[in-house]
Structure formats: C-alpha cells, structure tokens
Design a protein around this ligand. Structure first.
Ligand code: SAM
Length: 316
C-alpha cells in the first residue's frame, strides 16, 4: 500500500524476540528476559493482515531470532501466507549451523549474517562471546543447504574494528557472499557517534580497486545498499549509509516488534499496538493500515535520537 508520502510499503521486518545470545558493545543491549513475545500463531495473524495491505517481503530479525525455539514454525507459517513472496532472516550466526537446513525447509530463502570482525579475540571483545568459529560454521552450512543470497553485514567502529575492513572484503573476493558495511547508528552509549562512524568514502579510498557495480534493485526488492565490485570477486561490497546519505524517500519498510507493536520508522518513537485487535481480522487490518499511514517522512537520527533505543529491541 502507498503511505502518506507516496512510498509503496511492501517490506515488513518482524522482530521475533528482544532476547539475544550476544551483547555487542554498540547495540546498546543487555540480554533481557522477555515474557510478552507474540506466539507463532499471533505473529502469523499479524503478518497476514500486513499481507492484505500489500506486504510481500518479510525479514525475521530480533534480538536474535534463532534463540526462539519455534523459529522454524514461525517461518513456515509466514511463508505459507498468500502474498508473501520472499522470507529472509537476519542473524548473528551463532546457532545457524543448527538451524540452516530447517529454515530452508520452512521457506526461508535469504540470510543476512552480522559479522564485524574476522579476528577471534576482537569478536569476543565486541560480542562478549568466543564464537567466531560458530559463525563461520553457520555460513558454511547456509552454502551447503543452498540458502541464497547469503550476505554479511558489518558495522565498523573507529578504533575498534576498522582494521578488519580488508579481511571482511576478502570474504567477498573468495566466496559468493556480498559483504555490506553499515554505518554505525547512534543507538548505544558509545560516546560521540560522529567520531566513531566510518563512512563509505573512507573505506573506498583505502580500496581503490572497488568500482561501482550495477545496482540490482527492482521495485519489488529495492536495495538500500550501494554496491561495488572488485575484479575477480565472487561477491560484491555494499554500503548502507543511514547517517551520511538518508534513504528515507525510498524507504519501503515497516517493523513489527516482538510484543505486537508496530514501529513505523527505525528513527522515530511512534509505535502502534496491534495486540488489542488480534481477535478481529478486519479491525487488525484497519489498525495495520493506520500504522502504515503514520510512517513519517524521514528519520531523526541526526537530531539526537538514540541511546535508549537499542537495536535489540527494534530489530535491526
Ligand atoms: N541478532 C541479529 C543479528 O545480529 O543480525 C539481528 C538483530 S541485530 C540488532 C541486526 C543488525 O543491527 C546487526 O547487523 C547489527 O550489527 C546491527 N546494529 C546493531 N546496533 C547497531 C548500530 N548502533 N548501528 C548500526 N547497526 C547496528
């Protein structure tokens, strides 16, 4: 459906939990107990209402979606909904080896894996867990079972892991995996965000062999990443720049939080609770429509939105 600013909203990000098995320094998250998560059935009902309003692509995220024991049930229910043409998942990869095959069977096709470093010790210091090898095993398993595309999303932070750009880029050189750098957003108490953000120009200057690639977005699947390629590379390098180059006018997404509230924009406090409408399909659909119409023209990160809204709660 078209929102109040003429954008077609067709992409729903579903945060299935606030809980996470990692505690990344920049995410602003401490692992939380949560007892008001939507059930798989409630999630299905809400996504069905979104599908009636034109949503055709869904991404499961969190928190860490793979800490939900019923994640494959959730995926299967969503993938069977009329109108849902694509189901993807974003994960930290720790439990991916265990789940990749079942997720594929449940209808998930694409997987984004968050990985900010290729160094075991730095991985431990960023995430609080010595689990780099598990992420690699998860990536291997995704390839083995045929999940595609597989993408790695990395957040570089000045003075912390900026030295990892080269080894992360080399993953795209060697494997059919796109590696995308996401600018640090001001969600945690990491200090002065502006000083910590590594912008795409800075990375591109260091790696001049990266040249703009054909951008593959379609109206169905608009990409927020700008892609580059290197000669002989099997995958591409992408940049997602919510801070230095807002893409709000192109934004086609809306977010469902794990407690049944809709977050209309990552950078806004506006939420609409859908739980009261769960027992009435037509009221639920109306509430979803209203939520989509509340999507603001643009995010407010640059106006100091931040610290209290860790991405673990919102679903990155
Ligand atoms: N647990 C899953 C994962 O790790 O991919 C999904 C949730 S996580 C919040 C989603 C993405 O948000 C991760 O790629 C993470 O790096 C990113 N993220 C978290 N905090 C961020 C921040 N302050 N700025 C930019 N990206 C952030």
């Amino acid at each position: 459906m078209i929102d109040s600013y003429g954008r077609e909203i067709n992409y729903l990000r579903v945060s299935v939990t606030k809980r996470c098995n990692l505690s990344c320094t920049y995410c602003g998250a401490q692992s939380e107990k949560e007892n008001n998560e939507l059930t798989a059935e409630e999630t299905e009902k809400i996504v069905r209402a979104f599908a009636l309003c034109g949503i055709n692509k869904v991404r499961l995220t969190g928190g860490e979606p793979l800490v939900r024991r019923d994640i494959c049930d959730i995926a299967e229910r969503i993938s069977r909904i009329d109108g849902i043409r694509k189901l993807a998942l974003t994960t930290n990869g720790i439990r991916l080896k265990e789940y990749a095959g079942s997720l594929k069977k449940a209808g998930v096709t694409a997987v984004n894996i968050s990985l900010d470093t290729t160094d075991r010790e730095r991985f431990r210091s960023i995430t609080g867990y010595d689990g780099l090898h598990k992420v690699y095993e998860g990536i291997d398993e995704c390839e083995r079972v045929g999940l595609s595309p597989i993408r790695i999303n990395a957040v570089l932070i000045r003075g912390q892991n900026d030295g990892d750009a080269e080894s992360l880029i080399s993953i795209a050189r060697d494997r059919k995996i796109d590696v995308r750098f996401i600018e640090l957003m001001p969600f945690s108490n990491e200090g002065d965000n502006a000083k910590l953000v590594i912008k795409s120009d800075e990375i591109l200057e260091k790696f001049p062999f990266l040249k703009p690639a054909a951008q593959k977005g379609t109206p169905f699947e608009k990409s927020v990443a700008r892609y580059y390629e290197g000669e002989g590379f099997k995958g591409r390098i992408g940049f997602i720049t919510p801070i230095s180059d807002k893409f709000c006018s192109e934004c086609n997404r809306i977010r469902l939080l794990s407690d049944g509230k809709v977050k209309v924009c990552l950078g806004s406090d506006e939420v609409i609770d859908l739980k009261p409408y769960l027992d009435d399909e037509s009221e639920l659909e109306k509430a979803v429509k209203k939520a989509i119409l509340k999507k603001p023209m643009e995010h407010k990160f640059s106006c100091g939105y931040g610290a209290s809204h860790g991405l673990n709660k919102i679903g990155g």
